[in-house]
Design a protein around this ligand. Structure first.
Ligand SMILES: Cc1ncc(COP(=O)(O)O)c(C=O)c1O
Length: 347
């Protein structure tokens, strides 16, 4: 099976497994695990923040961020297809008492005007005051879109002027950094809190970081405990994170190159997709125009030995490249996908 469903499906590499096997560990809850401490130190530096906290998942990182930035009964603004909005089971309401307002983005990107038009100061007794703005970079449902840096900074400045707390869901921030050639710290430093996921393109079996100021991270550690995320000999997994930051960041460029190559091959074979929107490791493929339903297309592809997944866009599938894929896999996928979908490759 050529596994293109998600970059979350990678297996730890032999080098990563060796790092895990040799990890020096201690009691993480007591902050006595040297490997976790090392990962947190590197993570903070990488993300342009004072401190970082190691967590099991990026969902927990996002939810902790909202818990420490928001206040119950106030409003969170987020793009309407962001992970925080559509894939965290209403955690903002459940855990932090936030009212979430989703704004329609352009492939995940919001404008300054939209935020200016939306933010409410609260009237004291009816209308919830807007307190938090959360952005996502790269944007998952936006097709792995990299936020244009100037637009991101302009929005952050607007948020600051409006007195909002700012969170970046940077689950795939390293993809944005590598694709744009801009250090992740340059992006992360603008925000109060930043999430980084270690188990997507970075290839760890699990793990995420939240980063921010020392004060905020002290609060994040308390929330981590309350969420049940404070662990014991967690260095066994943090070792994979340290390894990934050393070995798996620059190679993301290979994933991006392979996604582009796949996209170009599919277009050449007559399939419908927006090449200019392939910015990182995601390729979005329109099967609706072929008159094939998403479940039918996925079943045909599966039978042919290629795994893709659906997206929030009707009729659109997603292929995601990652470190378990080779150039040969991409060649085979370029051949197999059009055939399975009944599109003949160009003669
Ligand atoms: C943008 C984004 N944020 C957060 C998450 C949550 O990650 P996790 O599965 O580690 O909780 C995901 C997972 O796909 C994601 O795509």
């Amino acid at each position: 099976m050529i596994e293109l469903r998600s970059d979350t499906l990678t297996q730890p590499t032999p080098g990563m497994r060796a790092a895990i096997a040799n990890a020096v560990v201690g009691d993480e809850q007591k902050r006595e695990d040297p490997t976790v401490l090392e990962l947190e130190r590197r993570g903070a530096e990488l993300l342009g923040q004072e401190e970082a906290v190691f967590l099991p998942t990026a969902t927990m990182a996002n939810q902790i961020a909202l818990a420490i930035l928001g206040r119950p009964g106030t409003e969170l603004i987020v793009e309407e297809t962001a992970h925080i909005m559509v894939a965290e089971l209403g955690g903002a309401a459940r855990f932090s008492g936030l009212v979430t307002r989703g704004l329609a983005g352009t492939r995940g990107v919001l404008s300054v005007e939209q935020v200016l038009d939306t933010v409410q100061s609260g009237d004291g007794h009816h209308v919830p005051e807007t307190t938090v703005l959360a952005l996502e970079n790269t944007h998952n449902t936006g097709g792995g879109r990299v936020w244009p840096y100037d637009e991101l900074v302009a929005l952050v400045e607007t948020g600051r002027e409006l007195g909002l707390a700012l969170h970046l869901d940077g689950a795939r921030l390293m993809n944005a950094s590598v694709a744009s050639g801009r250090p992740a710290a340059d992006i992360g430093r603008h925000f109060d809190t930043v999430t980084l996921c270690l188990s997507k393109g970075l290839g760890c079996p699990l793990g995420a970081l939240i980063a921010g100021s020392s004060d905020l991270m002290q609060r994040a550690r308390r929330e981590k405990h309350a969420f049940g995320g404070a662990m014991r000999q967690a260095g066994i997994v943090a070792a994979a994170g340290v390894y990934a930051l050393e070995h798996h960041v620059q190679r993301l460029a290979d994933d991006h190159r392979r996604a582009r190559r796949l996209a170009e091959g599919l277009v050449a074979a007559g399939l419908q997709l927006e090449l200019e929107h392939v910015e990182t490791n995601f390729v979005q493929l329109d099967v609706g125009v072929l008159g094939i339903s998403v479940p039918e297309a996925l079943a045909r592809l599966h039978r042919a030995g290629v795994g893709l997944s659906g997206t929030m866009r009707p009729g659109v599938l997603r292929a995601v490249t990652h470190l378990d894929l080779s150039d040969d896999d991409i060649d085979r996928a370029m051949e197999t996908i059009p055939r399975a979908l009944g599109v003949l490759a160009a003669a």
